[in-house]
Design a protein around this ligand. Structure first.
Ligand code: PHE
Length: 346
């Protein structure tokens, strides 16, 4: 009997050693202390077979074994609980000395950067922003803007028509400029109006270094009482300087657009050589940057505004051109290829 007690004690020690989690420990507890078939209760059961003179020794040994095993089980279960707690803590622990992980952010396309900048400059001057529709009728893109029925810009050589064979009315087209927004704005709102329109325009051009069949324009329109060409010049100069820097100079050259009279082409002192003359400006010191003019009286009449009472100016420029100048991009195709190596630089 004493040998059995020793053996049970030794077996227990080995098994306890191998028990590494709560579950194994529970199983051990059942095996040794379970009410039914537990090894310790079984030993106690055999106590009555022990001869009287040995009873005290065996009983003592058995009590000691039970106490020792209970104590060991308790200790081990506390150790496992503590280990578990430590592991959990280290899992949840925030190491504030670790360098942060930089999130991968996108960036804005150079055309978007320029557009947002232009919109900001005009919003400061109290203009509203309206990109207007890209799919347009002949009226908004041409007719109301005083293009004669036989104007060459209406030719399919220059304009994308959406259904040239349409039986009824004139076909829809892709706007060839943002000037459609002039008409839409003046139809919708009584003057005074101030609006900036930035968006895509389309022309049937070959793709070259400087041309693309789809490009972007920014167009400003102001109609109010007593507006003259001085207001236009000052607005353009302010705008150009906010975009290209305070040292930028402008000059106006007479030009022609059906919807403005007088019309002008605006040159800006070369962004690269500051007017001294370089390869980019063909040694002239100037670069052509936008078209402008005083809103033609007929255009005002077309939208029901009395040209005797109101006058205004409009100007339009290529956003792509400006982005190419500002960021020194020689080929317009670079803007539309969506090459990440290029885009990530902005
Ligand atoms: N719409 C003209 C173009 O596409 C530019 C322009 C806008 C000219 C407004 C005068 C006034 O070239």
């Amino acid at each position: 009997m004493l040998d059995d007690i020793t053996r049970v004690g030794e077996d227990f020690d080995t098994e306890l050693e191998g028990a590494s989690d709560v579950k194994a420990l529970d199983e051990l507890r059942v095996k040794y202390f379970g009410r039914k078939g537990g090894l310790i209760p079984a030993l106690f059961g055999r106590l009555k077979e022990v001869p009287k003179e040995q009873k005290k020794d065996v009983g003592d040994a058995l009590n000691k074994l039970r106490d020792r095993l209970e104590e060991s089980l308790k200790e081990k279960s506390e150790r496992i609980a503590a280990d578990e707690a430590r592991r959990k803590e280290s899992r949840e622990h925030v190491d504030i000395t670790l360098p942060g992980r930089r999130p991968r952010l996108g960036s804005l396309h150079p055309i978007t950067l320029v557009r947002l900048r232009m919109e900001e400059v005009f919003r400061e001057m109290g203009y509203s922003i309206d990109p207007g529709p890209e799919i347009e009728s002949d009226w908004y893109n041409f007719e109301a803007l005083n293009f004669t029925p036989d104007h060459p810009a209406r030719d399919t050589q220059d304009t994308f028509f959406l259904d040239a064979n349409a039986k009824e009315g004139t076909p829809l087209l892709l706007r060839t400029h943002t000037s459609n927004v002039q008409i839409r704005t003046m139809e919708k709102f009584k003057p005074p109006v101030k609006v900036l329109s930035c968006g895509r325009v389309y022309r049937r051009d070959e793709i070259t270094m400087r041309r693309s069949p789809m490009f972007h324009q920014a167009e400003a329109l102001l109609v109010d009482k007593g507006i003259h060409i001085g207001h236009m010049r000052a607005t353009i100069e302010h705008f150009i300087r906010r975009i290209f820097g305070e040292e930028a100079q402008i000059r106006l050259r007479p030009s022609f657009f059906p919807f403005t009279e007088p019309s002008a082409e605006v040159d800006m002192s070369c962004f690269f050589c500051k007017g001294k003359g370089c390869g980019t400006c063909s040694q002239t010191g100037w670069m052509e940057i936008l078209g402008c003019g005083m809103v033609h009286p007929q255009v005002l009449r077309n939208v029901g505004i009395d040209p005797e009472e109101w006058s205004g100016f409009a100007f339009g420029m290529g956003i792509d051109r400006v982005a190419m100048l500002k960021y020194d991009i020689p080929n317009i195709r670079t803007l539309f290829e969506n090459d990440l190596r290029v885009l990530q630089q902005f």
